[in-house]
Design a protein around this ligand. Structure first.
Ligand code: M6R
Length: 592
């Protein structure tokens, strides 16, 4: 979590560039923010709680003549949301100033030693400790070497960017958390947690890999291995995202823009080279044991994958959350295949699971949206979801694209890739027809009915059971209404006790072999007073409110989740929540 953005170059309005760029990283954390600008021999620091402010309200030393600047947007881990705990952090005299994303796991131990050596701290953060560690060697060894030595003492995942008063340079390093170097015109460089921060200025990037550092000085970027200081030559890569795709355009929020982009994202999944899908399917067919691993929504997609593979490829797949995988590692061998599923490719729990599996020599296939992410780099093979940037915290278009990729893989494993492609092509067309203003309006009306409820439930069976779980995540994270998903058949074993007169219950009903059973479950809820919202191709008697979805056989999880995404968005608006930046959350969860 947390967004990092730094500028080094000839432009003299670095402060302004940072404030604008940081706004596009706010999805990574939006508790508080700050920037530091280096002037001839001093560093000015400006920090605030809350969302990123207006450039016009910034003090002169921040917006004025400055060519080296670092900025940060925070998602709190160590220490509450206060101005003191916001980044950048510095030593007492602002000699060393830095920003940080990640967790310095052994910071308390190191802090105690520093306190004994009379260092004084202003915040409760782990980050401030790094600034003091760097300062200890600064006079003797210079910034580069002091940063390198300090970092080697840090346990955990991190990305840091450091400046100091005495040297005109920026040093950045990473292990686990992302950092990308943007190469602009006229020898200017950007360093950011994600590409949209600088996409307006350049689409040329160089990737900083794990355990590497980059030094920006004398109008050059030099890369080194952290452990032995060996210099590394980097290739400049051009990325194809256009700046508009990272902007809201005509929409009021990224969430609704990304929901609507599902009119075309399945087509992009289909436009992959068949060879990629066939090669990936070959890895699954060859493996002795396959684990799908993801977190949050991606975790629910993994569980859906178990059902899809069982039905289409008659193949057993295990799935688990990244955070739970460490308990399964005893089964992993060099014949196991791990399939990491992630939008960002930076989710710490999923990355750690992959690391554990790699230690056991398992093979790794990843289904990621950010093709340049840590997960992609750690994998033997990558199947991209090709959705372009997804910026709203709530995952929408990437969820359905991940389901699309998994469906194609299952068909390819069964030797029927063409059938899978035909099904997805048909589904993509039907989604295109479905996402029209009348459809949105119909769901808005439902949102008006539901906006004041304290709880709602979602049920599904088969591959729509994980989608009931995913529906609950969507509703929770942006509407803040208590929502829970259940397997339809499980209701009678306990949860049905929660149903009272008027309790909303969304029923995900596909036109498949589970239909009769899920409709019986809906009847059981209705008999206890529940208000039944049917998401289904056919309007059934039991439904009090019907949301039509196309009949697309085994692709039903893809179409069934879309109206719930819209409902969650509409509820967020009615309840005056910001759907793009829900409270307590961040888009990319780069801490354990
Ligand atoms: O980037 P990832 O797909 O690995 O992220 C995993 C989860 O953090 C993410 O899906 C989260 O649950 C979303 N906010 C849900 O909408």
């Amino acid at each position: 979590m947390c967004g990092i953005f730094a500028y080094y170059g000839p432009k003299t309005n670095a402060g302004k560039i940072l404030v604008q760029g940081l706004k596009s990283l706010e999805y990574r954390g939006y508790d508080s923010w700050g920037i530091a600008c280096k002037n001839d021999s001093d560093i000015a620091i400006y920090k605030r709680t809350g969302k990123i402010g207006d450039i016009t309200s910034l003090p002169k030393e921040i917006c004025g003549q400055t060519t080296i600047a670092i900025g940060h947007s925070r998602w709190a881990t160590h220490g509450g949301v206060t101005r003191e705990n916001a980044h950048p952090h510095s030593t007492e005299d602002n000699e060393v100033v830095l920003i940080h994303n990640g967790i310095f796991e052994n910071y308390l131990e190191v802090k105690k030693q520093l306190i004994k050596r009379e260092h004084k701290f202003k915040s409760e953060t782990d980050t401030e400790v790094i600034a003091h560690l760097i300062q200890e060697n600064l006079d003797k060894e210079g910034l580069e070497e002091s940063v390198r030595k300090a970092i080697l003492k840090i346990e955990g995942r991190y990305a840091i960017v450091v400046i100091c008063k005495k040297e005109n340079k920026i040093i950045a390093a990473r292990r686990g958390s992302p950092l990308i170097v943007g190469v602009g015109k006229n020898k200017e460089f950007y360093i950011a947690s994600d590409i949209p921060a600088f996409l307006k200025y350049t689409n040329k990037v160089m990737y900083l890999d794990n355990n590497q550092m980059v030094v920006l000085s004398d109008a050059k970027a030099k890369f080194y291995e952290l452990t032995n200081k060996k210099e590394i030559k980097k290739r400049i890569v051009e990325i194809t995202w256009n700046p508009e795709s990272a902007e809201k355009g005509e929409y009021s929020h990224f969430m609704i823009k990304e929901i609507m982009e599902q009119k075309e994202t399945l087509y992009r999944v289909l436009n992959q080279d068949d060879k990629i899908i066939k090669r990936a399917a070959g890895m699954i067919n060859k493996a002795v044991g396959t684990y799908f691993i993801g977190c949050g929504t991606a975790g629910k997609v993994c569980l859906t994958g178990e059902y899809i593979f069982s039905e289409i490829a008659h193949k057993h797949i295990n799935s688990t959350f990244g955070s739970e995988f460490p308990a399964h590692h005893h089964f992993i061998t060099n014949k196991t295949l791990i399939v990491g599923v992630s939008q960002s490719g930076e989710t710490a729990d999923t990355l750690e699971a992959i690391e554990i599996a790699k230690e056991k020599k398992a093979k790794v296939l990843s289904i990621v949206n950010v093709e340049t992410s840590s997960m992609a780099q750690m994998s033997n093979m990558v199947v991209p979801t090709k959705c372009g940037p997804e910026k709203a915290v709530a995952s929408t278009k990437v969820t359905t694209a991940q389901l699309g990729v998994i469906t194609l893989l299952a068909y390819a494993c069964a030797g029927r890739l063409n059938d899978g492609k035909t099904l997805l092509l048909e589904t993509a067309g039907k989604i295109n027809d479905m996402l029209n203003p009348r459809y949105e309006e119909h769901i808005s009306k439902l949102a008006q009915k539901l906006q004041n409820f304290e709880s709602m439930y979602i049920i599904g069976r088969g591959s729509n059971y994980p989608m009931a779980l995913e529906s609950a995540i969507k509703l929770q994270e942006v509407s803040y209404i208590h929502a829970e998903g259940f397997a339809g058949g499980e209701l009678k074993h306990g949860p049905i006790a929660l149903i009272q007169k008027g309790t909303p219950c969304i029923v995900l009903c596909a036109n498949d072999e589970n239909k009769k059973a899920i409709l019986s479950n809906a009847m059981e809820v209705k008999a206890r007073g529940g208000y039944i919202i049917g998401v289904s191709p056919i309007n059934e008697d039991v439904f009090d409110y019907w949301i039509r979805v196309p009949d697309v056989s085994t692709a039903s999880p893809i179409v069934n989740i879309i109206p719930v995404q819209i409902l969650a968005y509409k509820l967020a608006l009615l309840r005056k929540n910001n759907p793009d930046m829900p409270r307590n959350l961040a888009k990319s969860v780069t801490v354990k």
